[in-house]
Design a binder for this molecule. Structure first.
Ligand SMILES: C[S@@+](CC[C@H](N)C(=O)[O-])C[C@H]1O[C@@H](n2cnc3c(N)ncnc32)[C@H](O)[C@@H]1O
Length: 489
């Protein structure tokens, strides 16, 4: 496979799509340090620099369960559809109205699906759309790539390795009256396999609701994964992906992204990468059982009066024995899975976030604050709680969580990542609320204390903290079309 042809095709596609060619990268083999082909920098970048803007080849809704549980989104505008009805054009996709049904970008795919004579399993509820046909949106969109100028992408992008038929195409065949053309079927299957190997979660904001879609981006499809990635990305209103350096990148260095959740511990990340992308990551973080000192995977030692943490001896092996760093107690992987499950159950049972009871639960079950699922819950509190309805204790607790999470991001060496931007934004909002209450000499209703009894702030300190945090989050999140800008103060 000729790398020059691949680079030419990608660059032509981007320039025809109207994006500036940022040009400081190349797709190549050999210099890619991790796997097969990769994207390599051809110049130096500072953290925060835009490396490239990528234009989606395909965007499609996530599939939903064949029994129809889960809500569809309009395949044209991607808004959630609460009472779905089939497209009046006859394709049986749940478009949200005539306007979307008549949009030019929907015309060809609608005609194609209509001539397959879609069946509707009318369960007597007047349903006029079909889940099986809805789930084939990605597959059908692959056909327009094959017919277009950039069909080459279907040949060169990596495909998920599997002999099994793709369920999207099988479902489509079951839900049409005509027989699928063999050639079309093969293109559809290939498209689904390409999507499985390369797609990114593309988030759009529709009517203040975040909708999660799948997007296939040609340059990003060549970016390999690293758990200490040197890029971050946002999506703009046109669903273009803006890829920026999160850390300084030097000429000749591989440009990497993160396919998984950066705050998960190694075992969860490995499981996700293996099942969804079929590889084992061996990056510096995965090889370090302490994950740069964060001990994200660790559980507190189960031996009475021991303050140690239990960590895997070989973090890359699912079957690894775990050991306490202090008393050397050994624990099997099976036991660890049970401990993890217990923590998950406990964390799931905490519905109302009350700082005192949360800390008490962690203490009584001897769970340390960076354990899996605990970090999730701490973040959930940061995202979901509304500052003006928190009492003073909760507000100060939220501030403490923001500070601890920012410290975690820094220890994990994630640089100027989106998580840093989002937490800095929330942290800034907490400080603004604190400053507001301080100015108003706000007494808390539930605690008999005043703000200036528990903190000794000064107006300039608040101002300075707010200014610094704003600087951080605005440089990271500036093009992000999916932030609710009303929430930015
Ligand atoms: C989106 S593609 C990345 C580009 C790919 N290397 C290529 O040649 O087309 C994802 C695939 O690349 C490989 N890959 C990416 N990151 C990797 C890593 N850190 N270690 C091993 N394989 C990796 C895996 O095969 C994965 O399924």
């Amino acid at each position: 496979m000729d790398m020059d042809d691949i680079n030419d095709c990608v660059k032509k596609y981007l320039s025809q799509s109207g994006v500036k060619d940022y040009g400081g990268w190349t797709i190549c083999t050999g210099s890619a340090t991790v796997a097969g082909r990769g994207v390599v920098a051809t110049r130096n970048y500072n953290a925060g620099d835009v490396i490239f803007v990528d234009v989606p080849l395909i965007v499609s809704p996530r599939t939903i369960s064949p029994d129809g549980t889960g809500s569809p989104v309009c395949p044209v505008c991607y808004a959630a559809v609460t009472t779905p009805i089939g497209c009046p054009g006859g394709c049986r996709w749940p478009v949200c109205g005539r306007q979307c049904a008549n949009r030019p970008e929907h015309r060809d795919e609608c005609r194609y699906v209509r001539q397959l004579r879609p069946k509707v399993t009318n369960k007597g509820d007047g349903q006029t759309w079909s889940v099986g046909i809805y789930n084939a949106i990605t597959a059908v969109r692959g056909l327009s790539i094959r017919r277009g100028e950039f069909k080459y992408f279907l040949d060169v992008l990596q495909k998920k390795l599997t002999e099994r038929p793709t369920f999207e195409v099988e479902e489509l065949k079951r839900n049409i009256s005509m027989q699928l053309d063999k050639n079309d079927e093969q293109i559809m299957t290939t498209t689904c396999k390409i999507m499985d190997a390369n797609c990114f979660e593309t988030i759009v904001n529709r009517y203040n609701k975040s909708i999660s879609l799948k997007g296939l981006y040609p340059v990003a499809s060549f970016m390999n994964h690293c758990c200490v990635p040197n890029t971050m990305h946002n999506f703009d209103v046109k669903l273009q992906m803006i890829v920026k350096a999160s850390l300084p990148i030097y000429k000749g260095q591989e440009i990497t992204t993160n396919y998984t959740n950066s705050i998960w511990p190694t075992s969860l990340r490995q499981h996700h990468l293996l099942t969804s992308k079929q590889f084992i990551c061996t990056c510096s973080r995965c090889c370090d059982s302490e994950e740069f000192g964060t001990e994200l995977a660790a559980l507190n030692c189960i031996v009475k009066n021991c303050d140690g943490r239990i960590l895997p001896i070989n973090p890359l092996s699912k079957m690894s024995i775990w050991q306490c760093k202090i008393c050397t107690k050994l624990v099997t992987s099976t036991e660890m899975i049970c401990f993890y499950k217990d923590i998950e159950t406990i964390m799931k049972s905490i519905s109302v976030f009350c700082p005192k009871s949360f800390e008490a639960i962690l203490k009584s079950f001897n769970i340390h604050k960076n354990s899996p699922y605990v970090v999730d819950l701490r973040l959930k509190f940061i995202w979901k709680s509304k500052n003006n309805s928190l009492n003073l204790e909760q507000l100060l607790y939220k501030e403490k969580l923001c500070v601890e999470m920012l410290d975690l991001v820094q220890k994990l060496r994630l640089g100027q990542c989106r998580l840093l931007g989002l937490i800095s934004l929330e942290h800034q909002k907490v400080i603004s609320e604190k400053a507001y209450r301080f100015r108003r000499k706000w007494n808390t209703k539930t605690l008999n204390v005043r703000l200036d009894d528990v903190i000794t702030p000064a107006e300039p300190v608040f101002e300075e903290q707010i200014r610094k945090l704003k600087e951080i989050y605005s440089s990271i999140l500036d093009e992000d079309a999916n932030l609710n800008t009303n929430t930015i103060q």
